[in-house]
Design a protein around this ligand. Structure first.
Ligand code: NAG
Ligand code: NAG
Ligand code: NAG
Ligand code: NAG
Ligand code: NAG
Ligand code: NAG
Ligand code: NAG
Ligand code: NAG
Ligand code: NAG
Ligand code: NAG
Ligand code: NAG
Ligand code: NAG
Length: 548
């Protein structure tokens, strides 16, 4: 059900600040907040309903957010070393909620994420995004070649430095420092969230880490390995992308009922013991099927990666993620794995663009781990400092993610919980919660018409119309909007007991709500209460796992 609740941020003790943007929105005025190693290159007054961004000059994020509230848009370019620099964008809304929001990036993209920044002003946030120190698309890692400095900017530094400077500008522009600071990001943005929490625990009061690609050295090499499992294209074991929608249907057909409700949604893929053989071609079959070699490929794509002596390396695709698996393979016809894997090794690890993916072996992963290029991997599981300063961390991951294995997120959660227990911190739930999203693919979208919209990073912009950035009317409450949930947690001490995810028919807002269902803090799970419409959130409750 839609709750028409009011925007909770208006109710807090922190008031709205009205700035007269036009008088102070100048390069000179903004520059006054910065040191000489940073230069304001743009300060533009954007009127109510206007748009701002760099258009196609921003290769990675060419879509400018539209229908912005009246604000001051700023671009800053800063020097991070003699051989590197980065830029960031900042929206300073006239009606400011006294809060700061930083948003993350995606893949290896270099560019200010204007569209994601556009999510901030509808809430009243001053919002910021960095270009991470280079310009280029999601799959282009050439910037990193032989450059420790540019790797560091991408790995964590440009974001951190941008945050420091953006906060200084906010303080000077409005005459007061932000009362609260938040971060939201998905994928690489989720990794950036974890780096912030680990390296700069004081920077944010609340952090949202969506589908984090947190273990860079293993995630990127995994993308190479899964490509190699399926390739070459001319072999009997190769599964072409065209077969995966069918495989996805077969998996859903087999696994849907394990939760007791026939609705196309696999609530818990761990409960499904796939009978792969059902997908085998029968003699002289004329319908879609897998040959025995392809069947083994599919099994291998679900099996965690290990080396010779059973050294566990990384999880693999979850059951239910088949529809999105091809996104993690290289382009058809290239006979090569994803550039996410190959370029990572070429430009980040061995610094040799001629490196051949056929030479991949375990030593490459070891080399990646030793160097940890750009210190990008977020493997510091001791979050004591973030916990001690009262920070709140909300992590989420789709069960049908075909780009970052869901189990990688589950593993991250386990490592943090174990490490914190080791530090004597047992009240994990009071500051760190993890929501698994049945049926959700990478960051947004779903299989089986599973509900997936809950105000996660980039989600509003993925709906139709895509211009509906930020909060949606009718969803501006802490149950339906994870950012508002995070704010309620930080500012009012109300921890999110559940979030409600929504599926709009064909992901089109105008078509109306098709389904809603609760998401529960792990290890709780959503369970049908036994009566009522299964498409409505009220018919479900968060249940404890038996025995705990
Ligand atoms: C412009 O900024 C200055 C310095 O922060 C401040 O004193 C002044 O009130 C601002 N002017 C307006 C119109 O907001
Ligand atoms: C600032 O950015 C806007 C939008 O991209 C552009 O039209 C304008 O020329 C820029 N101003 C400067 C000083 O670069
Ligand atoms: C633009 O934003 C305003 C709120 O600031 C909203 O009322 C209006 O519906 C939006 N227009 C479109 C076309 O999305
Ligand atoms: C930022 O400044 C550096 C050094 O002055 C320059 O090399 C770089 O091109 C600038 N970047 C942008 C995006 O303006
Ligand atoms: C700019 O200089 C200040 C003061 O030395 C330093 O703290 C900051 O890290 C520098 N920023 C960048 C981007 O190098
Ligand atoms: C990168 O460094 C390697 C080893 O130092 C060197 O052989 C190579 O020429 C360098 N490549 C570029 C493009 O600078
Ligand atoms: C199949 O492709 C591989 C890699 O491209 C190539 O080495 C091999 O010769 C091909 N085999 C056949 C039978 O075409
Ligand atoms: C499959 O087709 C072949 C060739 O048409 C035929 O010889 C064979 O009997 C068929 N097998 C079955 C099980 O129908
Ligand atoms: C297992 O194999 C890996 C990769 O070959 C190697 O690095 C590791 O040292 C081995 N571990 C043991 C216990 O032999
Ligand atoms: C690398 O990042 C980790 C956190 O992910 C941090 O603990 C460590 O100090 C960083 N190392 C360096 C050399 O910056
Ligand atoms: C959703 O899209 C499908 C396929 O394009 C179409 O058949 C169906 O009518 C659409 N549903 C709605 C509610 O628009
Ligand atoms: C169940 O709920 C959905 C979503 O609110 C609604 O579209 C559907 O009509 C309801 N079904 C029944 C039988 O009431």
């Amino acid at each position: 059900m839609r709750c028409p609740g009011t925007l909770i941020l208006a109710a807090g003790s922190v008031g709205v600040v009205h700035a007269a943007a036009s008088s102070n929105c100048t390069i000179e005025a903004i520059q006054g907040a910065l040191l000489s190693n940073a230069t304001v290159t743009n300060a533009t007054v954007v009127l109510q309903g206007g748009s701002f961004g760099q258009g196609t000059a921003d290769v990675a994020y060419p879509t400018n957010p539209s229908n912005l509230s009246s604000l001051c848009a700023v671009i800053v370019n800063a020097t991070s070393s003699p051989e590197s620099s980065f830029s960031f964008g900042l929206f300073l809304p006239d009606d400011w909620n006294s809060r700061f929001l930083a948003v993350g990036n995606g893949g290896f993209a270099g560019g200010i994420n204007w569209l994601a920044m556009g999510d901030g002003p509808p809430y009243g946030f001053a919002s910021m995004s960095t270009d991470t120190g280079h310009t280029g698309d999601f799959l282009d890692m050439s910037f990193a070649l032989n450059s420790t400095e540019r790797k560091a900017d991408w790995g964590y530094r440009a974001l951190h430095e941008s945050i420091v400077m953006a906060k200084a500008i906010v303080g000077s522009y409005y005459g007061s420092a932000p009362a609260y600071s938040y971060y939201t990001g998905c994928s690489t943005g989720g990794r950036q969230a974890m780096k912030e929490v680990q390296m700069y625990p004081d920077e944010f009061d609340g952090v949202m880490a969506g589908c984090p690609s947190w273990w860079t050295t293993h995630q990127q090499t995994w993308q190479l390995e899964i490509g190699l499992i399926n390739l070459p294209e001319n072999t009997s074991h190769y599964i072409p992308p065209s077969l995966f929608p069918w495989i996805s249907e077969q998996v859903i057909a087999q696994c849907d009922l394990f939760d007791g409700i026939e609705d196309g949604i696999i609530m818990d893929p761990k409960k499904c013991d796939l009978y792969y053989e059902a997908m085998l071609c029968k003699p002289n079959s004329t319908t879609t099927c897998l040959n025995p070699d392809q069947l083994q490929t599919l099994i291998d794509l679900h099996r965690p990666l290990a080396y010779g002596n059973n050294t566990w390396v990384y999880p693999n695709f979850g059951v239910g993620s088949e529809a999105q698996m091809p996104s993690s393979f290289g382009d058809v016809g290239t006979d090569a794995p994803s550039l996410y894997g190959t370029q990572y090794v070429q430009y980040m690890v061995v610094n040799d663009p001629t490196w051949d993916f056929n030479d991949f072996d375990y030593s490459i992963i070891q080399q990646a781990d030793e160097e940890n290029p750009g210190n990008a991997s977020a493997t510091q599981f001791d979050l004591s400092a973030f916990h001690a300063r009262g920070g709140k961390l909300l992590q989420y991951h789709g069960y049908a993610d075909g780009l970052i294995p869901t189990d990688a997120s589950i593993y991250l959660h386990r490592q943090i919980v174990s490490t914190m227990f080791g530090q004597g911190v047992e009240d994990i739930d009071s500051w760190y919660r993890f929501f698994l999203v049945p049926g959700m693919q990478h960051c947004q979208g779903s299989v089986g018409d599973a509900p997936w919209f809950f105000g996660g990073s980039g989600q509003a912009a993925s709906l139709i119309p895509a211009t509906a950035a930020g909060t949606l009317d009718g969803f501006k409450d802490k149950e339906h909007d994870a950012l508002l949930a995070l704010m309620a947690w930080v500012e009012e001490g109300i921890a999110p007991e559940m979030l409600v995810a929504t599926k709009f028919a064909n992901d089109t807002i105008a078509n109306g709500v098709m389904r809603q269902r609760p998401l529960c803090p792990f290890p709780k799970f959503a369970q049908y209460v036994g009566s009522g419409n299964v498409s409505e959130a009220e018919s479900w409750a968060c249940a404890d796992r038996p025995g705990i």
